[in-house]
Design a protein around this ligand. Structure first.
Ligand code: CS2
Length: 488
């Protein structure tokens, strides 16, 4: 590890004893630690307040929660780039919860507690169990939650069961705050919660709709999964291990719809913006940042680039990311006049170039079936409608199709982690080329039929796929950049 120019460790100065558990956070993964929970910690620090957070995980990571308890419920967030490293000990966690360790009632009962004001979530796109904009009532896990209502397994089932108990306990409503990368994430979350509540008890659904708020949020911070290098960096800063510590970029942004039920920490004091309409910011971030991330993930991983920073060190990939953002994504957005999209794209290229973070292309490649629609396909639809070219987006979608065959261009296996991995393996084993691409385009869970039925769309993806096959990802990008064609 190369030495950094500066290294600082900040300890919280506020009174932890005064904290009350007012927030339940579902999904205590890397992003949650470095973003929403950190904002609460900073708000407590800057303007006071008694906002304590109970952190819960529903599936894996039980041992990590116990390790957090052992560490006095402190963990470290270390922000790093070439300028240095600044680490903060986060102190606002009051409690850890896991249904296997603490029993099935622990989380629903906390949701019913008088002090609770907010349930926040980082459960990834698939955690909402959606089909399109609404809850997928046929989803196997939702079916389980309907069959065993008081011992739910999903985040949505847990929230609904908790809110049922809250209503029985005659407590007031609260805010359910989605912090996942979905468009209109508040509405999606509301649809999922109300969909399940309605299937259980119509009056419960009505109570939730009348008493709870589901603001949308745009969340942004690049927080790779912890690897050995990051662990070693944290050890160097702290003088010991921190299994819940995290290494991330210095940048963070949080735009929250100003529609809160019953109070929240002074997140604005921690840098968040509360606005009337989050939609333009969400779309900008999902299409320009996440769209470019997914494009780099599939094209880069196929070529053999291990990280996003490796892609940025390769001119061809860096130019492609910038051009994708500016010429294929930005024109599909309608932003307030104050937003400078060219400046935003340049800033993203700088953020992607942070070589202190090892953000793996294969990590971002995960769950493509859940990510492609909002990151890449909605802009295809807009561009087709407006008659604009979208060659790099076509290459990105084609690279996804090639990536989910499970082997890169060098014959090295790549992980295909996706709720639809079984379907992909079946389609891949049935053949390759035109027939394979056509069979993927027919998956309406990924490709909205209104898009997939357009012959111009299908032809562009088929052409892009054959270029990626024939020239490799880098060759296909290069051709597209130099000839200004390739997809449409
Ligand atoms: C990434 C995001 O893993 C992914 O899919 O695109 O986690 C990305 O790093 C964050 O959304 C940045 O805010």
């Amino acid at each position: 590890m190369t030495a950094r120019s500066s290294q600082i460790l900040v300890q919280p100065a506020y009174d932890r004893q005064a904290l009350k558990t007012r927030i339940l956070h579902l999904g205590f993964g890397a992003f949650a630690r470095a973003h929403p929970i950190l904002h609460t910690d900073l708000a407590n620090e800057v303007t006071g307040g008694d906002w304590g957070v109970a952190v819960a995980r529903l599936n894996s990571g039980e041992a990590l929660l116990s390790e957090l308890d052992t560490a006095g419920r402190f963990y470290t967030v270390a922000e790093t780039d070439d300028a240095g490293l600044m680490a903060r000990r986060v102190a606002c966690v009051t409690q850890t919860l896991h249904p296997r360790r603490d029993g099935p009632d622990a989380i629903p009962d906390l949701i019913a507690a008088a002090d609770l004001r907010i349930i926040s979530l980082t459960v990834t796109e698939k955690g909402y169990c959606l089909a399109g904009d609404t809850l997928d009532l046929k989803h196997p896990q939702i079916q389980c939650d309907l069959a065993a209502q008081t011992t739910p397994k999903t985040a949505i089932g847990t929230i609904v069961e908790g809110l049922r108990r809250r209503r029985v306990a005659r407590q007031g409503g609260l805010t359910v705050l989605s912090c996942d990368n979905l468009p209109a994430n508040g509405n999606m979350c509301r649809n999922a919660v109300l969909g399940l509540a309605h299937a259980r008890d119509r009056e419960l659904a009505e109570w939730i709709a009348a008493n709870c708020r589901f603001p949308s949020t745009m969340v942004d911070r690049i927080v790779p999964a912890l690897d050995d290098d990051a662990r070693a960096t944290l050890h160097e800063v702290l003088g010991r291990d921190d299994p819940n510590g995290i290494l991330c970029e210095p940048f963070r942004q949080w735009v929250i719809e100003d529609d809160i039920a019953n109070g929240c920490p002074d997140w604005a004091a921690a840098g968040a913006e509360l606005v009337r309409d989050v939609a333009p910011y969400e779309e900008m971030k999902l299409r320009m940042l996440n769209g470019a991330h997914s494009a780099l993930a599939y094209l880069g991983a196929l070529h053999g680039h291990a990280t996003i920073a490796d892609c940025m060190a390769d001119d061809v990939f860096r130019d492609a990311a910038y051009r994708l953002m500016l010429t294929e994504q930005a024109p599909t957005l309608s932003m307030p006049d104050t937003v400078d999209l060219a400046g935003y794209a340049s800033q993203l290229i700088n953020r992607f170039s942070n070589s202190r973070l090892h953000h793996k292309t294969t990590q971002i490649a995960m769950d493509g079936s859940q990510k492609l629609p909002q990151r890449l396909l909605s802009s295809c639809a807009d561009n087709l409608e407006q008659g604009r070219d979208w060659p790099l987006t076509a290459l990105a979608v084609a690279a996804w199709m090639r990536y989910i065959r499970g082997v890169d261009e060098n014959g090295v296996a790549v992980p295909v982690q996706d709720p639809m991995a079984g379907d992909f393996a079946r389609l891949a084993s049935a053949g390759d080329g035109v027939q394979y691409v056509e069979s993927l385009l027919d998956l309406d869970q990924v490709f909205p039929p209104t898009l997939a039925e357009q012959s111009g769309f299908r032809a562009a993806i088929l052409r892009a796929y054959s270029r990626v096959e024939a020239m490799g990802a880098r060759g296909a990008i290069l051709e597209s950049l130099t000839q200004g064609e390739g997809g449409t």
